[in-house]
Design a protein around this ligand. Structure first.
Ligand SMILES: Cc1cc2nc3c(=O)[nH]c(=O)nc-3n(C[C@H](O)[C@H](O)[C@H](O)COP(=O)(O)OP(=O)(O)OC[C@H]3O[C@@H](n4cnc5c(N)ncnc54)[C@H](O)[C@@H]3O)c2cc1C
Length: 304
């Protein structure tokens, strides 16, 4: 299925390096299918210890990865209260803290390689302009405080932003921003393992001793483990769709002069569907969200 429509922003400085395609049978410990940000991260860590092969049916990083708005936040799409029917408070706290830890891990990679992928730590704001949500925000604020997370409760009385809000949570160490396409390529450059572009996997079979993955050109890859990092393409794992498909939008403005807001925070609203935005290093603003159930073909006019 077609995943992306329209022009993307983060590959404006196109990576010239092209990786070869697979043209013989190969063997490895772990095969990673899909070279977006997830496949690149998995390969970066696993190739330190195992013989890995990373393949992508197209070019690395040009799937969802290049289309993301790339706000990195520890907070989730749902508040803790919405998760409590499924998870304990301890588990939710752990998820928030793992989110913070992974942002720190990306910061470490940024410092280690000094490769510029526009990484910056940023505060985050989630807000509502509806009085009926204020109680939800109070509960979430109390939960985050209990977990020891730095967080400020904002109301219309102490709102430092130039737009109206009824309640908001401003988190000093809420997140970060980066260029996900460049980050993916830094990980690819700095990792071991064999990497092949334009190499589509069409099937995964278990022959009783090992897994055999067949490419569209008929070559075989033999391995002990397979990591399927194919994004929304789940047809290698199951003939039946494993998830519902949504359409999501990313819009990038022209550069805007002298645009400043509190902490240059990553901003998210509390609507359904929700929206989020942040500034880009060249003064543009990138907006995302408005996720709506996919009902058929996306027209080009919708994808500008
Ligand atoms: C509009 C939008 C905005 C987003 N904003 C954010 C955000 O602000 N913050 C955030 O954290 N996340 C955001 N996301 C989510 C984030 O982009 C994704 O979670 C992330 O990019 C997924 O990366 P991935 O590597 O799993 O998938 P992809 O980048 O899609 O990579 C999958 C790769 O698998 C390859 N592939 C597929 N099938 C095969 C096959 N059979 N054989 C070989 N290769 C195959 C594809 O070619 C592709 O390159 C956003 C997503 C979208 C769409």
């Amino acid at each position: 299925m077609e995943i992306l429509k329209g022009k993307t922003y983060f590959d404006k400085e196109n990576i010239k390096k092209q990786y070869p395609y697979l043209n013989n049978d190969v063997k490895c410990d772990v095969l990673i299918i899909g070279g977006g940000i997830d496949g690149a991260i998995v390969n970066y860590y696993l190739s330190k210890k195992y013989k890995t092969i990373l393949v992508d049916k197209g070019r690395f990083g040009l799937g969802n990865t290049v289309a993301a708005t790339a706000l990195l936040e520890y907070q989730l799409d749902d508040f803790a209260e919405d998760l409590k029917p499924y998870l304990s408070e301890k588990e939710i706290e752990k998820i928030y803290k793992l989110g913070q830890k992974s942002i720190k891990e990306i910061e470490k990679i940024d410092k280690k390689y000094k490769a510029n992928f526009d990484f910056k730590l940023k505060p985050s704001l989630i807000y509502t302009d509806s009085k009926k949500d204020v109680e939800d925000f109070e509960k979430e604020y109390k939960f985050r405080k209990k977990c020891g997370l730095k967080c400020k409760f904002i109301t219309s009385q102490n709102n430092p932003f130039s737009f109206d809000l009824e309640a908001g949570l401003f988190c000093e160490d809420g997140g970060a921003e980066f260029n996900p396409y460049l980050f993916t390529h830094v990980l690819l450059n700095k990792s071991k393992g064999f990497k092949f572009e334009n190499t589509e996997v069409v099937s995964i079979e278990n022959n009783g001793q090992e897994l055999v993955c067949l490419t569209s050109y008929g070559y075989k890859m033999f391995c002990n483990k397979v990591v399927c990092a194919t994004g929304f393409n789940d047809n290698l794992l199951s003939k039946k769709p494993l998830s519902e498909k949504f359409v999501s939008y990313t819009i990038v403005t022209n550069p805007i002069k002298n645009l400043v807001w509190e902490g240059d925070a990553l901003i998210q609203d509390y609507m359904s569907p929700y929206h989020y935005l942040r500034k880009l290093p060249d003064g543009r603003v990138i907006f995302g969200g408005e996720d709506t159930l996919y009902k058929g073909i996306i027209k080009n006019e919708d994808a500008k």
